[in-house]
Write a protein that binds this ligand. Sequence first.
Ligand SMILES: [Mg+2]
Length: 399
Amino acid sequence: MKITKIDYEILVWPELDPPFWMSLLPVNRPHELIVKVFTDEGLIGFGHTDQIPGVYQIDSQGEPIAGNAASILPDLIAPILVGQDPTRIEALWNVMFQTTFQSRWNRYGRTRAQLMAVIAAVDMALWDIAAKIASMPVFRFMGGTQHSIPCYMAGGYYREGKTIEHLMREMKVFRKQGFNAVKMRVGGESLDTDVERVAVAREALGPETWLMLDANEAYESVAGIEAAKAFAPHDIFWFEEPARWYEGASVWKHVANEGGIPVAGGEQAAARWEAADLVESSAISYMEFDGMRTGGPSEWLKVAIICEKANIPMAPHHGPLMHAHLVSAVPNGLLVEVFPDPAGYGSDDELEFTRWDRKYEMFSSYPDIVDGNLMLPDTPGWGFEFDEDAIGRLRVQRR
Ligand SMILES: [Mg+2]
């Protein structure tokens, strides 16, 4: 079997008005890069990655068009792959990876992060093809057996006009939907206000539900320790990215030890080496390496082996449709992160709390979430298909 063609689309959603906020940054425009790898035997591999900086830009009319990162695939990656056997995944990954250190990328003003995101989407498509050849879902192809994967609901964002009552209702909706684990943001308001928000969330969720906090690096080290101490009485499962990258991973260890909440992190690790640094410095208790945004399933599996040796569970950031397979396939897979599905909400009023969910429209089929578990389908490959009508609506012009 040979790769004959690689096609891609950049999807950009309308601007959110108002945006919702993580701790320090608004999310105002969801966007995706989707990849299709075609073969001479008719099998097509699907992959995707999202929120790559520079994959689109705004033209003089205010419309989104392709950005400088968009041509990484046709210019650098496709020439490596076309004509190759798609099942040689490890070899192809290593050749693609060379684009990150041969400085070719530099000439075009692209970043390593952009390249690693494109490699992730392509690697995902190659695993899709390999599993489809075997007529197996990816998790079984990788040796996994568990098809029901625990999820946590990532909500509790900031938004202009969002009150503490709104937060309480949001948390109750998640509980009603059957989630046994819920994440919320902290660090975007004063500590007093955030402690009040966390207390309200804990009350709404009840004592049994895992409650995770994500600070998105909002605190400098001492502030992170103080914040952890203030949140800890509310029975917090993990404290995510509690301090800033420039202070080094060991600061997270101090936050965990002195603040009294286990720390989760790794969603920004560029590759297995940075992930290993977090493990070796005892900075984290949960690994969130994001194989959809960097390096793909191949790299994620290597990070999982590093973490298994240190008894660190894998709790990957984002990308649940891919990561659920990987969590199933490794002995230290814990759970995946999911985002609200509008069908599960009781009213438009409650729907306003997050708009990330609108991205699901790019799929014509994707796994169900039942009682807080993502149900991996038995269909060959990753188990999702793209919706060509939605792609037609959302795609931006390529150069
Ligand atoms: Mg996070």
